[in-house]
Write a protein that binds this ligand. Structure first.
Ligand code: CU
Length: 115
């Protein structure tokens, strides 16, 4: 795994990986892990409901490099090459609209719900 904004270790790779793709799973400290694929120059899903303490993991499936960057620049992932992932942990009040800074027409957003 490449450098991430937040380096929480969630689960070992391997057999758990298949399950991760299907549903959010319980991560450490009670937060949920949400998987977002970047594929075909789109964030999938483009809209995600999350809670403070949850973790979002973006994985790039395209040949082109991508990232996830808050529209206001307050947070961002590293640039992801094909197959790379990066994670961000959700905090209350964080910016929720984001883009790929390399392809700014790629837009997505988070909805942060409390509790
Ligand atoms: Cu991109």
């Amino acid at each position: 795994m490449r450098a991430n904004i937040d380096r929480r270790r969630l689960l070992a790779a391997g057999a758990a990986g298949a399950a991760l793709a299907a549903l959010p799973v319980r991560a450490q400290q009670g937060g949920q892990l949400h998987e977002v694929e970047i594929k075909g120059f789109k964030f999938r899903p483009a809209r995600l409901e999350v809670r403070p303490g949850d973790t979002i993991r973006w994985t790039n499936r395209d040949r082109a490099p991508h990232d996830a960057t808050a529209t206001d620049g307050s947070w961002r992932t590293v640039t992801l090459r094909k197959g790379d992932s990066a994670e961000v942990t959700v905090s209350a009040g964080m910016s929720t609209d984001y883009i790929c800074s390399i392809h700014p027409y790629m837009k997505a957003s988070l909805t942060i719900v409390s509790g």
